[in-house]
Design a protein around this ligand. Structure first.
Ligand code: CUA
Length: 334
């Protein structure tokens, strides 16, 4: 009920996490209302009661231990409640379930690119299914941006040189705005995109290679689109396929095998998501996107045990979409 009163001032709640954020938000608002009313009422009461009067005398004010304990303990409990609740929600927002569909997001001045496992890439529009968790792996090509989908109540910074993740499960079919929520230069306010949440039927056709008509939010049949040849005949290479090609053209395969055998560098097989022992005795708990990226751009930073630091840096030699493809390829070797 207390949440519903605020509903009119909030954007559509298009995901489960949105509903949870809204309850938390309502708690913050109503707590503020209670304190605002209490403080103003006390102020008015005191100004009337202790109004300066002719012949009035000022009394000394002494401490009151009971009241002091009360006004220390209650705010402390409230502050820790806000922290604990907010932290739990934040953790839910950034920790995607294992079976989430993965979409890579590349921010740059001033647009959004979305890269799918099947190699397709879209600018300023991204398609997601309803009622399925979707994880976004976000990075930036230039400066700080922030991926913000108000209807889903998720926001995550896009940081150049590293990956951050956020996820949601859309519950409302339709079109949802994406904003950039970090000032990033001249056209920051124009850095907009759309999330199109489509039905499970249209999603399954989408992942078979069909396109989504953004007006009707339905998958388009091949007869209608003449721009695409039959996907069964000219199946576009997947992101991992592109990564395999890149590993060859960039020369990675000279030193890194894909079958577990040792060359000058460690094999790429089965690296992703597994622990890695380092030459300095440290251990990387899980080789994730950020670890793989660092190992490509700054290979000596976390030298793998048993190898010599002979790999040159690839900093600036791999574009963001290429980096995503290389990582998708390494993941596919598990
Ligand atoms: Cu990108 Cu602001």
């Amino acid at each position: 009920m207390l949440v519903d009163i605020l509903r009119g001032s909030l954007p559509l709640a298009g995901s489960d996490i949105a509903r949870h954020w809204d309850v938390f938000y309502a708690f913050l608002v109503w707590i503020s209302v209670v304190f605002f009313v209490g403080v103003i009422a006390a102020m008015v009461y005191f100004s009337v009661k202790f109004k300066a009067r002719a012949g009035g005398k000022v009394n000394d004010v002494h401490g009151h231990t009971g009241v002091e304990i009360l006004w220390t303990v209650i705010p402390t409990i409230l502050v820790f409640t806000v922290f604990g609740w907010g932290y739990a929600l934040y953790r839910d927002m950034v920790t995607a379930p294992g079976d989430a569909i993965e979409i890579r997001v590349i921010a740059k001045q001033w647009l959004w690119q979305f890269q799918y496992d099947d190699g397709r890439m879209y600018t300023n529009q991204v398609f997601v299914p309803v009622n399925k968790p979707v994880k976004f792996v976000i990075t930036s090509e230039d400066v700080l941006h922030s991926f913000f989908v108000p209807n889903m109540r998720v926001k995550k910074d896009a940081v150049p040189g590293r990956y951050s993740t956020v996820w949601f499960e859309a519950t409302a079919k339709g079109e949802h705005d994406v904003y950039c929520a970090e000032y990033c230069g001249t056209s920051h306010s124009g850095m907009l995109a759309k999330v199109y949440a489509v039905s499970p039927e249209d999603w399954s056709r989408f992942i078979q290679g069909k396109e989504i008509n953004t007006q009707t939010l339905a998958a388009v049949d091949d007869q209608v689109t003449t721009t695409h040849a039959s996907p069964s005949l000219t199946r576009a290479p997947s992101l991992a396929d592109k990564g395999r090609e890149l590993a060859a053209t960039k020369g990675c395969v000279g030193c890194h095998s894909n079958d577990g055998s040792q060359k000058a560098g460690p094999s790429l097989k089965g690296v992703y998501g597994h622990p890695v022992d380092l030459a300095n005795g440290d251990r990387v708990a899980s080789a994730d996107e950020n670890y793989l990226r660092e190992s490509i751009e700054n290979p000596t930073a976390k030298l793998v045990k048993g190898y010599t630091p002979v790999m040159p840096t690839f900093q600036g030699l791999v574009t963001e979409p290429e980096m995503n493809a290389l990582i998708a390829y390494i993941k596919s070797l598990n």
